[in-house]
Design a protein around this ligand. Structure first.
Ligand code: MRU
Length: 346
């Protein structure tokens, strides 16, 4: 089983995803600032994994705050949440996790809990979120596997696997569950420029699990769909608006449009914590813009002319009309999503 992240007494242990697949290294991030750095710099990435890392970062910061004064602790706690909350803007799981930690803290305060109890309970909550995320993925897998026919070839984009979650994965969880149910499944993994989550992470995970995977560059996806080589698409999500518009890794929108053109079902697998029912549509989702060197360079090697203009949006939004179903741990939502998602989230 792949270990993405883990709470330890010394801090938050994470596999450094920037080094995969050539090096498997597990540094420990010992302060909340180090955890914030790990999220921002993509040591840990993928919406649910970011959420769990954020909760652990908040717990770590709260544990190590050197004060016995409630007002000082309060100030420090808010600062920790603010620092961790300003790491990446798109995946709503980050804000969901911080909100959950804030809510727990607020309710413990009203019960007049001691600072030592508050610290313990925040740590326990972060660990509980880790456990719940794996359980959600297993459940999502069971619901999603029913949508995948035996003998199917599934195309996926980015990495929505064990590495993007506390374990097992969302989109790759669905694929894993279909395989565990005895189905014969093959996968096309888009390499996912510019950060190469598909080539480096999805290919690594599936290969490790002996699930047949063929790596393709992003611009090959349409060719294989038109040739009848793809039976369905399953991707993850970073934020889903109440109308079912889906923000996911840049390039997902192109895959969804190509899927519709070729009559291939396009499925999104995501936990309830990825739903943002406070926003009406995907237009309100903030899209992270990342450094230009991710586009101009690969592992330090320059690909593009010096000084060239570069755009690097990390995510795009797929309108709900392209989404055949949204697979959650509580069941499968179908259009119209404004109703089906609200029902599942209740
Ligand atoms: O920039 P990343 O690598 O954090 O983006 C990850 C994705 O877009 C994933 O598809 C998404 O978070 C779902 S992960 C279960």
């Amino acid at each position: 089983m792949i270990k993405t992240l883990e709470w330890t007494e010394e801090g938050v242990l994470m596999i450094d995803q920037r080094l995969l697949p050539t090096e498997e290294v597990y540094p420990v991030f010992r302060t909340y600032e180090e955890v914030a750095y790990a999220i921002k710099e993509m040591v840990v990435r993928g919406a649910p994994a970011i959420g769990v890392a954020a909760a652990m970062g908040v717990a770590l910061g709260a544990r190590d705050t050197k004060t016995d004064d409630a007002a000082e602790f309060d100030q420090a706690f808010n600062h920790i949440c603010q620092v961790i909350g300003s790491t990446r803007p798109t995946a709503v799981n980050l804000f969901w996790a911080i909100e959950r930690m804030r809510n727990l803290y607020a309710s413990l305060k009203t019960q007049n809990a001691s600072l030592s109890e508050i610290r313990q309970r925040l740590i326990a909550e972060a660990q509980q979120m880790h456990v719940e995320d794996i359980a959600a993925n297993r459940s999502m897998g069971r619901f999603g596997a029913e949508l995948i026919p035996d003998g199917a070839t599934v195309l996926t984009h980015c990495n929505a696997g064990a590495l993007a979650t506390a374990g097992y994965g969302t989109a790759l969880g669905v694929i894993r569950a279909a395989v565990e149910a005895g189905k014969k499944i093959a996968v096309f993994a888009d390499e996912t420029r510019p950060f190469l989550q598909g080539a480096r992470l999805t290919a690594w995970e599936l290969h490790k699990d002996n699930i047949p995977v063929t790596l393709i560059t992003d611009n090959m996806a349409g060719h294989f769909m038109k040739a009848g080589k793809v039976d369905c698409i399953v991707v993850g999500a970073d934020r889903i608006a109440s109308n079912g518009d889906v923000a996911n890794k840049i390039g997902t929108y192109s895959v969804a449009v190509l899927a519709k053109e070729n009559n291939i079902p396009f499925y999104v697998a995501a936990p309830i914590s990825t739903l943002d029912l406070n926003i009406a549509s995907g237009e309100q989702i903030p899209i992270e813009e990342r450094v230009t060197t991710e586009v101009t360079h690969v592992k330090g090697a320059q690909l593009a002319p010096e000084g060239i203009n570069v755009a690097n949006p990390a995510f795009d939004v797929t309108p709900n009309r392209y989404v055949a179903a949204i697979i959650t741990e509580r069941g499968v939502a179908r259009p119209p999503y404004t109703e089906s998602l609200r029902r599942l989230a209740k």
